[in-house]
Structure formats: C-alpha cells, structure tokens
Design a protein around this ligand. Structure first.
Ligand code: SF4
Length: 185
C-alpha cells in the first residue's frame, strides 16, 4: 500500500515511520499550520527534513498557512481546539494524498502520550472518508520512550510545547506550577 504519513516533527517521525515502512511504501508530509511562531515551524521542519534526507526518506512540505489554523479553531478551547486542529492537519494531508494517488494516510501524532489518541483517530477516519482514501488508525504510544531515546541520541531538536501559541503558554504555566509545587514541599 502507498501511504502518506503526516509528520508533526522529527522526533515523532522516527518510530511510526519504521513501523509503517516495514509493511508499506511510505512518503512523509509535513503539514502543520498550527505551529507558531514561524521560526519554530521552520526549526521543526528542518529537523525532520535533515533526518529524512539522511535516511533516504521521501518527504515534502505543504505551504505554511497559519491563518488556516486560526480560522479552524476560532472560539475553541481544549479539547475541542485540538480536535479541530487534528481535523485540519489530517484533512490537508488526506486531500494531498488523494491528489497524488496514495492509497492511505497515517499520522505520527499518536506516538505522543500527551495527545488525544481517540480524537486523532476519529479525525483521521472522518477526513479520509471525505477525501476518498483509507486511514490507518494507530496507537504508537508504546514506542514513545524509544522515540525519545533515539531522538536524543541523534541530537535532534526536541520542542517543549505542542505547537500552537496557546499550547506554548499552557506548557509554560504547567512548568511554573510544577516548580512552585516543588518549592512548597
Ligand atoms: S495543543 Fe497541539 S493539538 Fe491542540 S490545538 Fe494546539 S497544536 Fe493543535
């Protein structure tokens, strides 16, 4: 099967790509209008691209269009904001897969224990049905520790927030709360 794999970043690509490419012909699509600011978007893309080029992985990027994400999540907060974000990103990849004649779409997103796995797979099923390609549901969380080990060993850039501007603020607030809790012990 020819599979177009949506990838959010280099570290998350490692294990899902290996798992899927053992059984399928896989190309990678970096389609992430959620990521802000633009410099962070480019840094994650370049981390992924450098690894993919070295590994001989076929990959491409969809043009960065952060206004699409802003429109898609307008008025939403977690968890609905994240579900709209999954639908947007996977929808872009599903449409591209249909245009390029791929059989199926998959995503690296489920390697992260911090993501909504059910929400990701539901979004994938929905947008792929609309685009007329198959969706390969997955749960790669058991590979997260190996992905972490490998990405550190490779010296990859590892971001400390999910991707969007609100998630940067949320992650900073969580770190500050953990620090305050440690101090009060
Ligand atoms: S937290 Fe992550 S999944 Fe949720 S909206 Fe932001 S970038 Fe998308």
């Amino acid at each position: 099967m020819r599979v177009l794999l949506h990838a959010c970043c280099g570290p998350c690509l490692l294990e899902p790509f290996d798992a899927l490419s053992a059984r399928h012909e896989v190309a990678v699509c970096y389609a992430n209008p959620n990521i802000a600011p633009a410099g962070e978007y480019a840094r994650r893309r370049d981390t992924l691209g450098e690894y993919a080029d070295r590994a001989g992985i076929d990959w491409f990027e969809l043009a960065y269009a952060p206004e699409r994400w802003i429109e898609a999540v307008a008025g939403l907060d977690r968890p609905e904001r994240c579900r709209a974000c999954y639908r947007l990103r996977l929808g872009l990849v599903a449409d591209e897969a249909a245009r390029r004649g791929f059989d199926a779409v998959a995503t690296t997103l489920t390697v992260s224990p911090y993501q909504d796995i059910e929400g990701i797979n539901a979004a994938g099923e929905q947008v792929c049905a609309r685009a007329g390609v198959a969706y390969l549901p997955a749960d790669f969380r058991e590979r997260y520790s190996e992905a972490t080990r490998r990405s550190r060993a490779l010296g990859m850039y590892r971001q400390n927030y999910c991707g969007c501007a609100p998630s940067m603020a949320e992650a900073e607030a969580e770190r500050a709360a953990r620090k305050a809790a440690r101090r009060s012990r």
